[in-house]
Each structure stands twice: as structure tokens, then as C-alpha cells.
Unconditional design. Structure first.
Length: 473
């Protein structure tokens, strides 16, 4: 297959077809140059009718190309890298303008002192919305959102859950200098956005996950069709655990009896779900106002949707996930989660979701997880491998032993207090007040809640006693 045939068959996101130059309305095609340079690159093929892909050809390719070059150099800021490639196809002359993905984003189209950056959306080139323009600016200045220094000072906030989790996962304590070396704070004490996302307090408004277990296979009314509905906000470790607990509470483990043994059949692979949640937390965009991660559970599938598309501007559904280059939108957070062994640095998360799901009993090729992205979202769809058995009422659907018990639900304060007790069984209420920077009544309510839920108990007197953890939540 020659190059022109490849272009005529290429995806709409990668090629625009132009019958003629449109010198009087150059913005109509210059915006495509901007969009290709701001994304993964692409080509304009001149001499082809856009809607029908009929090859008409052009005359005087050299003069045609010179006009294109002058207009690009005049109206594109900064100047993107492009190449003019003449083609002969079925006796007709064509001209390809091949645009490379640029590193100096955003690439603007400028007319009359007004600059506008464009992005690719299907077969259209559209003005970049504010949050995507911000991402392009960060990319062009070789920065990431999570590395940006905030105005918040580290000394004003606590990191109990993060430090306790780091100790549990790595076997070592967090030292004050680690906050700087990990990229969570600066040497003069200011938090980066990554640091804000790991603080006990809810400092980043968009750091939220909304979870819903729907009745049936479609969304309905949250009041009438939702079997379970939770909203979580706070630091990333709390969100990861809360989301995983929600999925587990709303899933079932079934079993298949055999002559001598029993095969457990969970609806979803726990590792696959964890990878999908971590992927959403790490690679999402935090720049979209009012955004959050959504986890929607249906009878036949689990969907996790996070704000922000692919970092390079491409579409995941057009890529081979087994041969995809790892690109991280938030490298500071990704590195930290790798240190805590929540993810691998080599970017194998999507492959692991597929691989772990394929290991489940009852899996078939039709149950392979799906990945769909747009410019503003990324969706992971994991199929319930037991769904066909459920609707066919096969005996394999017998629940394992007893129905799964609802997990103990703790709020943010209760979780923080519990972590402090795990770190120091003799910690006093007064010390908790100082650590959490809150009132004594807040600490008391948290302790009372833990006692009421039978998670802790007090051994000994108020002054010389200690806390005993009854359940590892």
C-alpha cells in the first residue's frame, strides 16, 4: 500500500482532506495545523474532496506549497515542524502537509492580534477549552500539574494517613527531607499540588470519587434506581481505599462445585479493579473545574471514568495497549505510588487489567476489558464475568457461603484517628487534637464513632491506658 492509500484510509483524527488551498479563508485549514501540532501530529492532503475522498488533484504543486509555507509561517505561533510532500496518485498530483507533534505547545493561530489554539476532536479541529489550554501550556514549559508549587505551607497541614500507609507498604518511616526529595514540598516549606493531594485535609476540591451501584444495565434516577451511592473526597490514599471497598461491597464471589473441590468465581478480578482505580487517580486531569472520578457499577459491568484524555492527545481505542508508550500526566504522584507499590513505573496498568481479568474462571474473549478516551475523559469498562450465568440462572451462581457483609464505613476523621492509634497505642486525645489541628469535640466524636462501630476499645485508665484495635479496617 502506498502513502496516499494509507492517508485515504487513515483515521479522521490523523488526516484532513482539502480540495483546494482556500487562500481567502486560511484559518479553515491553519486550525488543523495548530491541532495536529498540539496533539499527536497529522497530515493535510490537498487535492482530495473532504466528504467523498474523491481524488481531484492540484496544479503547480511547487507554487501551491510555497503559498502554504508562507501562510503557516505568517499565522502560526510558534512555528511548528512540518513537511511538504508531493505525491502522484493515479496520474494526479497531490500535496501532503505533514505536521509533527510539537514540544513547544500551545501552537496558536494568530489573526489580527488574536491568538487561538486548537485541538483535534474526531475529524474536527476545535478551539482548546481553558483546562486543555492550561495543560498545553504546562507541556510547553515542561511542567506537570502535580509539580506546581502552591501557596500552602506544609506546617499548616497533617499527613498521618500518607505516612502510616508509606510505613506499612515500604517498611520505612517518612523523614522530613523526603517531602522535598519526593516532590511534595519545597525546601522553604511550601506544598506542591502533589503534596496537597496527599494531605489529610481536603485541599484540592477536584480530588473526589462518586460511586454508584445501579439497578440493571443502564443509569437511571439516583433516587429510584441506585442500590448504593457514595461520594468520597480527600487525599489520594483515602480515595483509593474507599473506591476499592465500594466495588468489593457491591460485588459477589460465587462458586462452582466439583467432586472434590470448589472453584471461587468473583465478578471482577480484585487486582484489575485496583489497577483501574489507581490509573484513574494518577493519570486524571485535575484542571477541569468541578470534575471528579465516577465509578458506575451495573449488573453486567463496571465503568470507571476519569477527567482528561490521553496525555498525547490521541485516542486509546486506536492504540495497541500491549505496545503503548507510558506517558504520565502527574509524574510526581505516579513515582510516589510506585514507591508504595500501588503501581508499576513502566506503565503496565492497562495490560494488567486485561491480564488479571483473563485469569478469572468463566472468562471468554467477549469479556475483555475495554478502554475508551476522548479529549476530556478516559473510560475503563470491566465486564462482570458471571453476568451470563446470572441471566441464564445457572447453578454456578450460588453465593459463596453467606452474602458478603457490608464493610465498616469510616469517615475521614475516624480514619485519621485510627491511623494515629495504630502508630501510637498510647496517644492521648490532647495529642490527637494537636496533630489534627481541630477541636476536642471533633476528636471525641471520631473516637466515639470508632467505639460504636466496634473498631477500637480503651484498655486501662484515661491517663495510663492504651488503645486496642479490634478490627483492621
Amino acid at each position: 500500500m502506498n502513502r496516499v492509500d494509507e492517508l485515504l484510509l487513515a483515521e479522521a483524527t490523523l488526516v484532513d482532506y482539502k480540495e483546494e488551498l482556500e487562500e481567502k479563508k486560511p484559518k479553515s485549514w491553519l486550525k488543523s495545523i495548530s491541532a495536529f501540532a498540539n496533539g499527536i501530529g497529522g497530515s493535510l492532503l490537498y487535492g482530495v474532496v473532504d466528504k467523498t475522498k474523491e481524488v481531484k488533484g492540484i496544479s503547480n504543486v511547487q507554487e501551491f506549497g510555497e503559498k502554504i509555507s508562507r501562510l503557516i509561517e505568517k499565522h502560526l505561533i510558534p512555528l511548528p515542524s512540518f513537511e511538504l510532500i508531493p505525491h502522484i496518485y493515479k496520474g494526479k498530483e497531490l500535496l501532503e502537509v505533514k505536521v509533527k507533534s510539537g514540544a513547544d505547545t500551545p501552537y496558536y493561530v494568530e489573526f489580527g492580534g488574536v491568538k487561538e489554539a486548537f485541538i483535534r476532536n474526531g475529524n474536527d479541529s476545535l478551539p482548546a477549552p481553558d483546562h486543555m489550554l492550561h495543560e498545553l501550556i504546562l507541556k510547553g514549559t515542561h511542567q506537570s500539574y502535580d509539580a506546581i508549587v502552591s501557596k500552602e505551607q506544609k506546617r499548616d497541614y497533617s499527613f498521618t494517613l500518607f505516612e502510616a500507609t508509606y510505613l506499612e507498604r515500604t517498611g520505612r518511616h517518612i523523614e522530613p527531607s523526603d517531602y522535598v526529595s519526593f516532590g511534595l514540598a519545597t525546601s522553604d516549606g511550601y506544598l506542591t499540588n502533589a503534596g496537597k493531594l496527599l494531605a489529610d485535609q481536603h485541599l484540592v476540591y477536584n480530588s473526589r470519587i462518586f460511586c454508584t451501584r445501579w439497578s440493571g444495565s443502564e443509569k437511571g434516577s439516583i433516587f429510584e434506581d441506585a442500590k448504593d451511592d457514595k461520594e468520597f473526597e480527600g487525599n489520594l490514599i483515602y480515595l483509593k481505599k474507599s473506591a476499592a471497598d465500594f466495588v468489593k461491597a457491591n460485588s459477589k464471589v460465587r462458586f462452582k462445585k466439583d467432586a472434590e473441590y470448589r472453584i471461587d468465581k468473583p465478578d471482577y478480578a480484585e487486582r484489575a479493579v485496583t489497577e483501574a482505580i489507581v490509573n484513574a487517580l494518577i493519570h486524571r486531569s485535575y484542571l477541569l473545574p468541578g470534575s471528579e472520578i465516577h465509578i458506575d457499577m451495573y449488573d453486567d459491568r463496571l465503568e470507571i471514568v476519569s477527567p482528561g484524555g490521553m496525555v498525547d492527545g490521541g485516542m486509546i481505542q486506536s492504540k495497541d495497549i500491549f505496545n503503548i508508550e507510558s506517558q504520565r500526566r502527574n509524574p510526581v504522584i505516579a513515582d510516589l505510588f510506585h514507591r508504595m507499590r500501588f503501581m508499576e513505573r513502566r506503565g503496565s496498568g492497562l495490560r494488567d487489567i486485561v491480564g488479571e481479568t483473563a485469569k478469572l474462571p468463566g472468562y471468554s474473549e467477549g469479556m475483555k476489558p475495554e478502554f475508551i478516551s476522548t479529549n476530556s475523559s478516559f473510560r475503563v469498562i470491566i465486564k462482570n464475568v458471571n453476568y451470563n450465568s446470572i441471566i441464564n440462572d445457572e447453578p454456578i451462581n450460588e453465593p459463596i457461603n453467606e452474602p458478603i457483609k457490608e464493610p465498616i464505613k469510616l469517615n475521614d476523621r475516624e480514619l485519621f484517628v485510627l491511623q494515629m492509634m495504630k502508630n501510637n497505642a498510647e496517644i492521648t486525645r490532647r495529642e490527637m487534637v494537636i496533630e489534627m489541628q481541630c477541636s476536642e469535640s471533633t476528636v471525641k466524636r471520631a473516637i466515639d464513632g470508632l467505639i460504636e462501630k466496634n473498631v477500637i476499645q480503651r484498655i486501662g485508665s484515661k491517663k495510663k491506658g492504651s488503645w486496642q484495635i479490634l478490627k483492621d479496617v
